[in-house]
Design a protein around this ligand. Structure first.
Ligand code: NDP
Length: 241
């Protein structure tokens, strides 16, 4: 039977493209989401991928949600930590709530999701943990001290856990997308996109969510077993580490 993959925030944007790409590659896929029922239902109807609602910033909700997915579909062998939010503000105006919400979802959420699947991956001597970080975790971004800190934290988490998982057949990797054409980015006024953002991208365009989906499919494959602790940038040449 084919392997089971769980994608957090897997019903919209980059996550939806990852879910569809994994399904296309033959995985049995479950997509998690936070609360946008309308989008999740439309996604499930369109793709046939089952959707599961819980908040990744809540540890117990993750334990319960993962148990539900495993009971209905099977043990999770591929975990894609994609769920993420922004609460942008210049630091002098940033509230503790804006800080905490982003850290809780984008960094603690990665712990909350990975911890409950880790023992099973160790027992089965196979696992793939793939976390969607960001170019802004690599280079920092003004107005995003919270987001940049969380996404940089995801990279440290990835490198540490890769060392723990290596002897057990588990690879742990991160992808750092640049500007990708999702609702988050397309909400930016067209003039700002065309005059300020796209000129920063050497390939001259936004990335497509499917371009991140293909990287995930590669990292999830058995053939990528020698790649662990890595950060793959997919940013159109905008930033080199
Ligand atoms: P979207 O806002 O389009 O989608 C976010 C998804 O995450 C939704 O499915 C949402 O669920 C889910 N989600 C948000 N918070 C939670 C939560 N607490 N628990 C469970 N699910 C949650 O985001 P993108 O597709 O643009 O981004 C996906 C990832 O890629 C994020 O981690 C983002 O930081 C990262 N990224 C995006 C870039 C871009 O240019 N778009 C660039 C670099 C990184 P619901 O639909 O229910 O709200």
């Amino acid at each position: 039977m084919s392997r089971v993959a769980l994608v957090t925030g897997g019903t919209r944007g980059i996550g939806a493209a990852i879910s569809v790409a994994l399904k296309g590659a033959g995985y049995r896929v479950a997509a998690n989401y936070a609360g946008n029922e309308e989008k999740a239902k439309a996604f499930a109807d369109e793709t046939g991928i089952p959707v599961f609602r819980w908040d990744v910033s809540n540890y117990q909700a993750c334990v319960d949600g993962i148990a539900d997915v495993e009971a209905k579909i099977g043990p999770i062998e591929i975990l894609v930590n994609n769920a993420g939010i922004t609460r942008d503000a210049m630091f002098h105006k940033m509230t503790p709530q804006q800080w905490n919400e982003v850290i809780s979802t984008n960094l603690t959420g990665v712990f909350n999701m990975t911890h409950p699947v880790w023992s099973g991956m160790r027992d089965r001597n196979f696992g793939r943990v793939i976390t969607i970080s960001s170019i802004n975790g690599q280079k920092g971004q003004m107005g995003q001290a919270n987001y940049s800190a969380a996404k940089a934290g995801d990279l440290g988490f990835t490198k540490a856990l890769a060392q723990e998982g290596a002897a057990k057949g588990i690879t742990v990797n991160a992808i750092c997308p640049g500007y990708i054409a999702t609702e988050m980015v397309l909400a930016v006024p067209e003039k700002v996109l065309n005059e300020r953002i796209i000129p920063q991208i050497p390939v001259g365009r936004l990335g497509q969510p499917e371009e991140i989906g293909r990287v995930v499919v590669f990292l999830a494959s058995d053939e990528a077993g020698f790649i662990t602790g890595s950060t793959i940038s997919a940013n159109g040449g905008q930033f080199f580490v």
